[in-house]
Design a protein around this ligand. Sequence first.
Ligand code: G16
Length: 542
Amino acid sequence: MTKTVTTTPYTDQKPGTSGLRKKVPVFQQQNYAENFIQSIFDSLEGFAGKTLVIGGDGRFYNREVIQIAIKMAAANGFGRVLVGRGGILSTPAASHVIRKYEAFGGIVLSASHNPGGPTEDFGIKYNIGNGGPAPEKVTDAIYARTKTIETYKIADVADVNLDAEGEQDVAGMTVQVINPVSDYAELMESLFDFPAIRAHLASGFRIVFDAMSAVTGPYAKEILENRLGAAKGSVLNFVPLPDFGGHHPDPNLVHARALYEEMMGDDAPDFGAASDGDGDRNLIIGKGIFVTPSDSLAMLAANATLAPGYAKGLAGIARSMPTSGAADRVAEKLGIGIYETPTGWKFFGNLLDAGLATICGEESAGTGSSHVREKDGLWAVLLWLNILAVRKESVVDIAREHWTTYGRNYYSRHDYEEVDSAAANGLMETLRGQLATLPGRKLGDLVIETADDFSYHDPVDQSVSNHQGIRILFEGGSRVVFRLSGTGTSGATLRVYIERFEPDAAKHDIDTQVALADLIEAANTLAGIKERTGRAEPTVIT
Ligand code: G16
């Protein structure tokens, strides 16, 4: 019932920031997905008879690859597969299911916030037994295997019925189709004060959540409307579509513009939020105020003990290097550890497993905690709602008070998407070459204090990750960071992260781009962005 198929390697299966992401036609090449999945299995040891979780964000090609992955898991000797009904599992739900059922690991099919459809993006990611993305040593082994693979194993059986919950036999392996929402909803109910949120919503507190026609729709409907009693219609675009309705399921101010406009209007609801393709990112907007992901991390950490799941306090906070230092000030005040990691959720896994950090966050709209090993969009929304329900203040008042207490980290990210790869690499290389000579250089009123290429030394397993972004730090604490994205599928995306700390509450009302104008200009001068990329303006400003 199983067969071994001869194949030849592809040379482009190097996992990026979060798994292998490519255009659908690339994945549709003969044996492309099969090669990568077999390379994952070939890089693992000791899974015979164990459980594998499989699920995805419902995007185009999800069902096809789920069938392949199930048949290959059977042929490779797994004992059981847990798969979400319809092939659906949000990324945080997949992480939870892996942990709850003590699975050996999981395969998550998603290209996250990237668009979906026949010519758009698809992705495959492996998560380890702690529920988190495979660390670099595993992804490196997978990549090495993709370069030498000669055969893959697959069960020669009919497709599995993904739409009926319950157990089926596939070539001697049990496939259990599970409800994709219930385990996750139960977990959320165990962490947050649902009665308080329910009462707050019943008292007239209005929310809107845009699921962006992506995977969080069913989760948000169940949790926000059914369990918490938010008004019917509070969850928008809740049916997951293979092409996300033709939209870009990225919850930022560009792609969730309609939500932003609504939240800035006179009759805005009290709280607005959105999540991305696979449900791990979040966008938080209060009535009249967008909360940057970096600020959201700091504000959630500062108020986390208001939620029952965090009432005992936090062990520490972790943030990715390009994320603003707002959370550092909270950690300092709380007297807990703060950890600065490279971009990529996988770097938080060790800190969470070792109990060093409880809450983690990234500027790229990701926040999460030790409850799973992925960032979690709805979790962030629910923690905000829990805090709002207890404090009974508006988002804007909470933000202002936070800035008054801790100071404000003005922060913005400028993305230059689909830039010529050679030009982008040249820009980074040139900057790298100048690092030693930059300290002391003046740009207008700014003086460069230090400049480096970020290296991370993992305090738990002592692994080292080099070349994680170029940091230019100015006297007074402002900084500019340059990085190339590891999640794009065409050309290169240059990300420029700009930050200024402002302690004076009288200066907390400045437009962000204005507050950062001299740093933005300095970034352009230092890197020659316009000349090298040919772009006069960023593609996306968040
Ligand atoms: C992934 C990673 C995140 C990372 C983000 C952006 O998010 O899981 O940790 O911050 O990519 O990465 P980059 O700047 O390299 O594009 P997601 O939501 O795409 O899985």
